[in-house]
Write a protein that binds this ligand. Structure first.
Ligand SMILES: O=P(O)(O)OC[C@H]1O[C@](O)(COP(=O)(O)O)[C@@H](O)[C@@H]1O
Length: 327
């Protein structure tokens, strides 16, 4: 069997951190200004500029949309100088555009990178997701279980009661039934208005975030990004694509997906080693947001490698008037 090419990611990961950092810094003036589009555009521009400075032959496999929907960072766009390793890139320049516009918690800039073919080319459809943190037997909870069964199984594995489990769920009308069932178990529910990449990542550090499990449907591209994060941090995630119409089925087929009902495990969503970087835009439980205070701008990035399981936190501080990433 042909060997997967070695992924020389040690130094590359440092460059990746600058990419997510630059996107977050570009959003800074737009936090809490009520303009989601402007914030997203600022993040996209900065992320693309920084990516194109990296010595990679990169291809965006999860991006801002199809080529005809997104002028920049579209799926299939080639990025980087072309003078380095061939890599696939999954990105969400601003995960939580509404959170940013309203200055609500947990908006992040997010990017993952791995060798060609290392990440599922997820179409822009919904995905049913289930995630828990590290330290549990494989498949202790599954997508085939009911929400109540998942709570019971996780509580048993933790040697605790359902009442000690906190589940993170996107607050959406489509989740009302699931929320009612979860409530009937006595579990606590952390409702979030947006940002399920952060929601899933929070499961990996329950002592810090208070979240044990994530479940519900959200964007499939975000599902792959969350799987990349958990591949580095540890933890399990399962995802099944959801289709609302023929157009969405067509998107999946175009992306090369044949089995539409398949449940993907973390290592099927992200098959190879990846590096992952996320920078806080607004304050979050895992990383603080951008601050502009006393003439300085600060940012914090979480940078991780699945090969080693290393997690770094990079703190950035710069006088605001000289804070121009790329100089
Ligand atoms: O709002 P919907 O349609 O329920 O979609 C949920 C998706 O939107 C998000 O909440 C945020 O998306 P944006 O980055 O576009 O703001 C994701 O985290 C989540 O996967």
């Amino acid at each position: 069997m042909p060997q997967a090419p070695e992924f020389h990611d040690r130094m590359l990961s440092l460059g990746l951190a600058r990419v997510s950092e630059a996107a977050a810094i570009a959003c800074a003036p737009l936090i809490g200004r009520g303009d989601e589009k402007a914030a997203d555009q600022a993040a996209v521009n900065a992320m693309r500029t920084q990516l194109n400075m990296l010595d990679i032959a990169g291809c965006v496999v999860i991006g801002e949309g199809e080529r005809d929907e997104a002028p920049m960072l579209y799926i299939g766009e080639e990025v980087g100088t072309g003078e380095g390793p061939a890599v696939d890139i999954a990105l969400d320049p601003l995960e939580g555009t509404t959170l940013t516009a309203k200055d609500m918690p947990n908006a992040l800039t997010v990017i993952a990178m791995g060798p060609r073919g290392s990440m599922l080319h997820a179409p822009d459809v919904y995905m049913d997701k289930l995630a828990i943190g590290p330290g549990f037997a494989p498949g202790v909870v599954t997508l085939d279980m009911s929400p109540a069964e998942r709570v019971a199984a996780l509580a048993k594995a933790k040697g605790t009661d359902a009442g000690d489990i906190t589940v993170c769920v996107l607050e959406r009308p489509r989740h009302e039934e699931m929320i009612a069932e979860l409530r009937s178990t006595g579990a606590a529910i952390r409702l979030i208005t947006d940002g399920d990449v952060a929601g899933v990542m929070h499961c990996a550090e329950p002592a810090k975030t208070g979240i044990d499990m994530y479940m519900g449907s959200g964007g499939a591209p975000e599902g792959v990004l969350a799987a990349a994060a958990l591949k580095c941090m540890g933890g399990q995630i399962f995802g099944r694509l959801l289709f609302r119409n023929e157009d969405e089925v067509g998107r999946a087929r175009k992306a090369g997906i044949e089995d539409l009902d398949r449940i993907y495990s973390r290592d099927e969503l992200v098959t190879g080693d990846v590096i992952f970087a996320a920078t806080g835009v607004t304050d979050g439980n895992l990383v603080p947001g951008i601050r502009r205070d006393g003439g300085y701008l600060t940012a914090e990035t979480i940078l991780m490698r699945s090969k080693t399981g290393s997690v770094r936190r990079m703190y950035y501080r710069n006088p605001i008037d000289r804070s121009q990433p790329g100089r």
